[in-house]
Write a protein that binds this ligand. Structure first.
Ligand code: SF4
Length: 336
C-alpha cells in the first residue's frame, strides 16, 4: 500500500486537556512542551526549509506529539499557515495531525480542511471504557466512534492508534479494539505496546504493584495478534512501537525493546505461516515470502522457524525469497 513520507514536527503535550497515566510526551518526543509561538514557528520554518526532496516523493507535514486540535487556536492556525506556505512551495502535498477523539467536532474539521489537512490520526488507544477509565484517558469509546465517523464523512484519511498492555486491558479487549478500529473504516493504524516512563502515574502504579508491565514476549504476542486483525481488515499498519530513543532506553518497565516492531513482524510471519500450514506432521513446507524480510524468519537464531516447526510438526521448511509484498506469503505443503 502506498504511504507518504512524513516531515514530523512535534508539538509535545500541547493543548492536551488531560494527563493519561502512561503519558510522558516530553520523554516520548524528546522535546519540551513550553515553547512560545515565535520559537515554535521558527523551528517549523527551519525544518521545512531543510526538508529536502521537494517535488519528489509525496510528503506530508506531520504534527505529532500532542492533541493538535486542542491547542490554543491562534497557535494551531499559525502552525497550519506556515505548513500551507510550504505546501505552496512544493515541499509537501498535505498535512497530517494527531489528536484525541474528544477534540474533534464539525467546526474544527472545517478549519482543518481549510488549511489543507489531509490525514487525521486518532488516539483511540482502547475501545473498552473500563480500560480508558483505568488509564485516565478522559474520553469514552463512543467519542472515538463519533470522531471517526465525522472525520470519514468529511473525506479525511483516518488513522487509528491503539495501545497494548494498558491498565485493565487483556488480549480480548485489545483484539476488540483492533476490530473496532477496522469497523471505524480507518485507513491506517499504529500499535503501541505500553512503555512505563519514570515520572508518570503508571510508574507509581507499577511500583505500588497496582499495574503489571508487559514483558517483551507478551507485548510481541499481543501486538502481533492485533496486527493480524488489521491485515485481515486491510488497514495499513504504519508502525509498531515507539521510535528507538534515549528516553525509551531509559524507561524502566514495559515494552522497551528497541526493535519491538521487528519482533512483532517476525511473530506475524510466524502466525501466518503456521496457520497456513496447519498441522502437517513430518511434511515439508515451501514458503514464498518477501525477500527483504528474510531476517524476520531467520534472525535471532531462527526462532520464528523453530516455533513454526513446533506448532505445525513439519519436518522441513524451505524458504523461497520472492518479490511478494510483506506478509503476502505463498505456502505449499508436501507429505513425503
Ligand atoms: S491525550 Fe495524549 S498528550 Fe494528552 S495526556 Fe494523553 S497521551 Fe498525553
Amino acid at each position: 500500500m502506498k504511504t507518504h513520507r512524513n516531515i514530523p514536527f512535534f508539538v509535545p503535550h500541547a493543548g492536551c486537556p488531560h494527563c493519561c497515566v502512561f503519558c510522558s510526551q516530553v520523554k516520548i518526543t524528546g522535546q519540551r512542551a513550553d515553547k512560545d509561538i515565535a520559537t515554535e514557528s521558527k523551528e517549523l520554518r527551519e525544518l521545512l526549509e531543510n526538508a529536502g526532496d521537494p517535488g519528489g516523493r509525496q510528503s506530508r507535514i506531520a504534527f505529532f506529539g500532542g492533541s493538535f486540535t486542542a491547542i490554543e487556536r491562534k497557535r494551531m492556525e499559525t502552525l497550519l499557515s506556515i505548513a500551507n506556505e510550504y505546501i505552496d512551495k512544493g515541499v509537501a502535498s498535505g498535512i497530517r495531525i494527531s489528536t484525541r477523539p474528544d477534540c474533534i467536532d464539525s467546526e474544527i474539521l472545517k478549519v482543518l480542511k481549510y488549511y489543507r489537512v489531509t490525514e487525521i490520526e486518532l488516539g483511540v488507544q482502547s475501545t473498552d471504557d473500563k480500560v480508558l477509565s483505568a488509564s485516565e484517558r478522559g474520553h469514552t469509546a463512543k467519542d472515538s466512534f463519533k470522531a471517526a465517523e465525522l472525520i470519514k464523512n468529511q473525506g479525511f484519511l483516518l488513522g487509528g492508534q491503539m495501545m497494548v498492555g494498558l491498565p485493565g486491558a487483556d488480549p480480548v479487549s485489545e483484539l476488540q479494539t483492533a476490530k473496532d478500529i477496522v469497523s471505524m473504516s480507518c485507513d491506517e493504524a499504529r500499535i503501541y505496546p505500553c512503555v512505563v516512563f519514570a515520572n508518570t502515574k503508571l510508574y507509581d502504579m507499577t511500583v505500588a504493584g497496582e499495574y503489571k508491565p508487559l514483558s517483551t514476549e507478551e507485548a510481541v504476542a499481543r501486538s502481533a495478534d492485533c496486527y493480524c486483525v488489521f491485515l485481515n481488515g486491510k488497514v495499513n499498519v504504519l508502525r509498531v512501537g515507539l521510535h528507538s530513543s534515549e528516553s525509551l532506553a531509559e524507561a524502566p518497565f514495559g515494552a522497551t525493546h528497541p526493535a519491538i516492531g521487528e519482533l512483532v513482524y517476525s511473530k506475524v510471519y510466524e502466525n501466518l505461516i503456521a496457520e497456513r500450514i496447519g498441522t502437517a506432521r513430518g511434511a515439508t513446507a515451501k514458503v514464498m515470502f518477501r525477500s527483504g524480510d528474510i531476517s524476520m524468519l531467520t534472525g535471532n537464531g531462527g526462532e520464528a522457524l523453530k516455533r513454526i516447526k513446533e506448532r505445525t510438526c513439519v519436518k522441513e521448511i524451505e524458504l523461497i525469497p520472492s518479490d511478494l509484498d510483506r506478509f503476502d506469503i505463498k505456502v505449499t505443503v508436501t507429505n513425503k
